[in-house]
Design a protein around this ligand. Sequence first.
Ligand SMILES: *Cc1c(COP(=O)(O)O)cnc(C)c1O
Length: 302
Amino acid sequence: MNINRDRLSNSPIEKRDFRGREIYIKRDDLLDPEFSGNKARKFYYFLINEFPHVKKVVAYGSNQSNAMFSLSVLAKIKGWEFEYYTDHLSSYLRENPVGNYKNALANGMRLIVGRGEPKRADIEDKQTAFVEEGGRQLEAKVGIKMLAQEIKLWQQGNCIKRLNIFLPSGTGTTALFLQKSLLEMDSRFQAKVYTVPCVGDIEYLKLQFSMLEENILNHPSIVKPSKKYHFGKLYRESYKIWLELRDDMGIEFDMLYDPVGWLTLMANPKIFREPTLYIHQGGHLGNESMLMRYERKYGEDI
Ligand SMILES: *Cc1c(COP(=O)(O)O)cnc(C)c1O
């Protein structure tokens, strides 16, 4: 497996219109067909460095996660074994593998089901690298800083003095390191990061930020979603905006985070007072199973 590192370090920014608003989109979904989105940014550190003693990477999380698939690609490139712990695997998915699960297995992932969350202290040794759920760890900053550099250069090139950036959060790692990195760069060009929690509530997201960065001045601004969305649950308005984004802009967004992201962004027009950049964080493989669920639930009736 081969990855074009030049492409990995620069994704395009496109100018688009959506619902009458002008918006720029950072296409991190286009970084590489196999290794893209914010997981490629988070695992970039592991990709570019040599780990001569490491033979295996161990991680945990849900059985359809984008992080799981990206780690399977990383392990394959590195020639590492990949062990992944998950709480639960339905017999349906076991018999009908799709999406990230199917593709991670094809890359040689060894799945360990129902044995609880492994702890770094029990796993990590000279030959074994350990990755937190969703890649929430300090190493992620290396790749996300590159994302920040690309944005800053673009801002300078286009004389955008004040930029608003929007992206939906899970662990909040991407939003946090993006805001922090941008604040460490050329302050004549300001960039403010807005995000919305998609996994827990606002308090959960604040806690995640604090675990990675004590100084709250370096934290992104959190925007409240217009209602409580449960992660992984199907909502008619989520499906609707996802279809609209796809049909109007010809861009396929992720179906777990991005619908909540776009619904929240559109409900907060004050963000558009400055030029606004939305970060496409990848995740298209995970859509396979979500789209099947959505089609089963709503069909054409949308
Ligand atoms: C993982 C992921 C997120 C959440 O990223 P965090 O850094 O955990 O906040 C958002 N969107 C997509 C498509 C993802 O794969």
